[in-house]
Design a protein around this ligand. Structure first.
Ligand code: BMA
Length: 404
C-alpha cells in the first residue's frame, strides 16, 4: 500500500536515519522484525481480525499509526464532501485509523450525536477498510434508564445488568449495534464476503465522573460486569467475531505515582480486553511557558511508558486511543509534543497508534473545536513534518494489515 508519492520521502528518511545510527544502534524504523505473540480474547475471531491484531504487533516499536475521529464525515470548513478529509487536505494522505462514534444509534436516530448519518458512516467504514486503513468505534451511549445523553449521571449501570430493571432495554441497545455491525461486509480480492474488523472501544473514560457509566455513578464491580456482559453478548451470544476490544481510562484521573493501580480501576480482565489504551488530553494541552511545556512533555512520556508497561505485562497492544490538543495552539505540537513523547524511549515507542479527536464544523457548531490541522492552520507545516517522519504511518504507508 506504499504509494509512489510517499516512497521517496520515506526512503530518504530511512537513509538519513540509518546514517545517524551506528551498527549497534536501534533498528531502522521500518524493519518488521517483531513476531506476533499475543492472541485476541475472541478465539473465533475472523482471519482478517486476527491478521490486523498480529500485524499491529509487528509494527509495534517501529511505527506509530496516526488516526483521526470522523475524518471523512466533516472538517472545520466542509461537511460531507466526497473523499474529503482535513488530514488529506493537509498532507495528501488519509489517516491510518479513522474513528467513528455511534451515540444515538440505539435510540433509533438516523445520525449520531455529532450529526453523522449512520448509513453514510457504514459506507465510510467500508471505504477505510478497502483502502487498507483501520476503523475504530466509540459509543457515547444515551442513558437507557433516564433517556438523557452520556453526560447524565444517575444510578444506571446496576439496572442494566442481568436481573436489573433495564437489562432487556440494554440488550436491545446492544442489538442495535449488532445490526449495524452485521452490515459491515465487503468482498475481498477472492470475491468472498468478509466482515470488516473494528477496534471497538465502549465505556471509555470511565475513571472520570462525566459519563453515567463512570466512577462516581457506578461501583467498580458493576462497571466490570457491564464490560463482561457487553463482550459476552457480542462475542458469544451473537457471534460477532470482527471486534478487537480497547479499554480506555482517562489520563486526567490517573496519578503519576499510583498510575498502574489507577489505570486498572474497572479493568474487566485479560480475557475481555485486547488493547490497553488510554485517552490523553491532559498532557497535550498547550503550555504557557517553556518550563511548563517541558514538565508536560515529561508527564506525557511517563504516562505513555506506564501504559506500554501495563500492556507488555498483559501481552496486549498499547495505544493512545483518544486525545489531542483542542485547537492546536502550539504550531509545533506535532513534532515537539506528540512525536517527541511517542519517540522518547523504547517504551513510548511501543504505543501502537494515536487517534486525535474530531474537527467540528465551524459553521454548524459555531466554535473552534478541532484536533487535526487543515491546510491554513498554523500547525500545518509541522504536521507535514510529522507525516514525513518514517516512524509515523498514515494510510499511504501501511503494509497489508489484513492478511497473515
Ligand atoms: C466530545 C465533544 C462533543 C461530542 C462528543 C462525542 O469530546 O467533541 O462535542 O459530541 O465528544 O463525539
Amino acid at each position: 500500500m506504499m504509494t509512489p508519492g510517499r516512497f521517496p520521502a520515506l526512503f530518504l528518511g530511512c537513509l538519513l536515519f540509518l546514517a545517524a545510527c551506528n551498527a549497534s544502534g536501534p533498528q531502522p524504523s521500518d524493519s518488521k522484525t517483531n513476531t506476533p505473540t499475543f492472541q485476541l480474547n475472541d478465539k473465533n475471531a475472523t482471519d482478517e481480525t486476527r491478521a490486523l491484531y498480529h500485524n499491529l504487533q509487528k509494527l509495534q516499536g517501529n511505527h506509530v499509526l496516526f488516526g483521526h475521529q470522523d475524518d471523512l464525515a466533516y472538517g472545520v470548513n466542509w461537511i460531507n464532501e466526497d473523499g474529503r478529509s482535513d488530514v488529506k487536505d493537509t498532507v495528501g494522505a488519509y489517516p491510518a485509523i479513522t474513528g467513528w462514534e455511534i451515540g444515538g444509534l440505539a435510540i433509533g436516530n438516523d445520525a449520531n450525536l455529532d450529526r453523522v448519518n449512520f448509513e453514510e458512516m457504514k459506507q465510510w467504514i467500508k471505504d477505510v477498510y478497502l483502502r487498507g486503513g483501520i476503523n475504530t468505534i466509540s459509543w457515547h451511549m444515551y442513558n437507557p434508564v433516564n433517556g438523557k445523553n452520556s453526560w447524565s449521571g444517575g444510578d444506571t449501570v446496576k439496572h442494566m445488568l442481568p436481573g436489573g430493571s433495564h437489562h432487556n432495554k440494554f440488550k436491545r441497545y446492544l442489538d442495535s449495534y449488532i445490526a449495524f455491525n452485521k452490515q459491515l461486509l465487503v468482498k475481498n480480492s477472492a470475491g468472498e464476503e468478509i466482515h470488516i474488523p473494528i477496534i471497538f472501544r465502549p465505556w471509555h473514560e470511565h475513571n472520570g465522573d462525566w459519563f453515567w457509566w463512570a466512577k462516581g455513578h457506578t461501583n467498580e464491580a458493576d462497571y466490570k460486569s457491564l464490560w463482561r456482559f457487553t463482550v459476552e453478548y457480542l462475542r458469544d451470544t451473537h457471534q460477532q467475531h470482527n471486534l478487537i476490544y480497547a479499554f480506555s481510562p482517562d489520563r486526567s484521573r490517573m496519578n503519576l505515582d499510583t498510575f498502574e493501580a489507577d489505570y486498572l480501576w474497572g479493568y474487566p480482565g485479560d480475557e475481555y480486553i485486547d488493547i490497553i489504551g488510554f485517552d490523553n488530553y491532559h498532557d497535550l494541552k498547550p503550555a504557557d511557558n517553556p518550563e511548563e511545556q517541558q514538565a508536560k512533555l515529561q508527564s506525557l512520556v511517563f504516562s505513555l511508558e506506564q501504559v506500554a508497561k501495563i500492556a507488555k505485562k498483559k501481552n496486549k497492544l498499547a495505544a493512545l486511543s483518544e486525545g489531542g490538543s483542542d485547537g492546536i495552539a502550539n504550531p509545533h505540537f506535532w513534532t515537539e509534543v506528540l512525536l517527541a513523547g511517542l519517540q522518547d524511549n523504547t517504551y513510548t515507542r511501543q504505543i501502537s497508534y494515536v487517534v486525535v479527536w474530531r474537527n467540528a464544523n465551524k459553521e454548524i457548531e459555531k466554535r473552534d473545536h478541532f484536533y487535526a490541522p487543515f491546510p491554513e492552520h498554523p500547525s500545518a507545516d509541522d504536521f507535514r513534518d510529522f507525516y514525513e517522519n518514517p516512524f509515523v504511518l498514515f494510510n499511504d504507508g501501511l503494509p497489508d494489515l489484513y492478511s497473515h
